[in-house]
Design a protein around this ligand. Structure first.
Ligand code: SF4
Length: 362
């Protein structure tokens, strides 16, 4: 397909893409820096269309955040509370059961389960949590715990990483979300989340998880103190892991929301930057099949546009999103399946409801 570019520097990148040649770090930086957003979007859309045609995926899912008490208190996090602080909570097994029963008649395909590092909980709580979900929803995939939680649980249980993953898997863990790394960079780690695991540990854990046969997603939290150079390094690190393990299912660029965080002076991300992150990740992550436009963070309308900028998945219905909304997200807290379908159709794509592993659901 012939594309005429306003920024001629995109031409040789497009030639590389047409030849299926891997893009370099310099290419990634140039893509982020270009003022030719439409040119960038057209290259990303070319890749997206060759992989998925006109299909756009979504999942019927629900989020369950078992506790917001967290010992780490990362600077960018609005969700975490200290024990005893107003609004702090932890769900007992009875409460989890009650919450799951609220939507039991709905054919939900995936439960997304994450929480803070709560020192009052023992390892058995997490095993019970997985088993309770499986008992109540035997046909729903459990996508649970970031690498940060896995590291915490391994220390809590006094077990090796491999044994921890095995016990969680035996109890029902089938997939993991992608958060926790934020940006794989020591400077940002020190400045924003020094108590949380650093990028080397995150990479070690994600590889161990993949090796155990559990797929994960990957993310990039952008729009705070990171530089373009650091964003591109992050994408390249993920690409290298994917070359090694093939264990990443989808990549999700996450737009930072600053309200109620230690970085509340920062402005929201712009639509241009949101679309660039979708398009650049589509092009740099040549070994990832799926790029998500996470509607909770960029809003439903921009997520529709992102489907023409490299994204092929709008994520899910969610039911009740808590984490990004405590940081000021203005999107809905959940969407119906009909709404997901309507958003995709109105954007000119064919909606495909999927399960956690991208099998179509009838
Ligand atoms: S980002 Fe995660 S680890 Fe950091 S404070 Fe929030 S819940 Fe805790």
């Amino acid at each position: 397909m012939q594309i005429s570019f306003v920024d001629e520097r995109l031409e040789d990148i497009y030639s590389k893409v047409l030849k299926n040649s891997r893009l370099s770090k310099e290419d990634g930086i140039r893509l982020y820096e270009t003022g030719d957003l439409i040119g960038l979007g057209r290259i990303a859309n070319h890749v997206r269309s060759s992989l998925h045609g006109n299909k756009a995926f979504y999942i019927y899912n629900e989020h369950l955040n078992y506790t917001n008490i967290c010992k780490n208190r990362c600077r960018f996090c609005a969700y975490a509370k200290d024990r005893g602080e107003e609004g702090a909570y932890v769900f007992s097994m009875e409460e989890i059961e009650k919450r799951l029963m609220m939507h039991i008649s709905e054919p939900i395909k995936e439960l997304h389960v994450v929480g803070g590092l709560n020192e009052d909980l023992r390892f058995d709580y997490f095993i019970d949590l997985l088993k309770t979900i499986k008992r109540i929803r035997p046909h729903t995939t459990i996508k649970a715990f970031t690498c940060v939680e896995i590291d915490y649980l391994s220390n809590l249980a006094g077990l090796s990483l491999e044994e921890t993953i095995k016990r969680l898997k035996d109890a029902g863990l089938e997939m993991m979300p992608g958060g926790g790394a934020e940006v794989l960079n020591s400077r940002i780690h020190e400045a924003l989340f020094p108590k949380k695991i650093g990028h080397e540990k995150w990479l070690e854990i994600v590889k161990a998880v993949h090796k155990a046969g559990i797929k994960t997603n990957a993310t990039l939290l952008y729009g705070h103190i990171e530089t373009i150079d650091e964003r591109v390094d992050h994408l390249i690190s993920l690409r290298e892991v994917q070359d090694e393990t093939g264990g990443f299912s989808a990549f999700i660029p996450l737009a930072f929301h600053s309200e109620n965080t230690g970085l509340s002076h920062l402005p929201p991300t712009t639509a241009v930057d949101d679309l660039k992150n979708v398009a650049v990740s589509r092009l740099m992550l040549d070994n990832f099949e799926h790029i998500k436009a996470y509607w909770v963070m960029i809003g439903e309308s921009l997520a529709q546009v992102a489907l023409s900028f490299g994204a092929d998945d709008l994520d899910g219905t969610i039911m009740e999103e808590r984490i990004t909304h405590t940081a000021g997200a203005k999107s809905a807290k959940g969407l119906t399946r009909d709404k997901m379908k309507d958003l995709i159709l109105a954007a000119g794509f064919e909606p495909v409801e999927r399960d956690s592993f991208y099998n179509p659901v009838n």
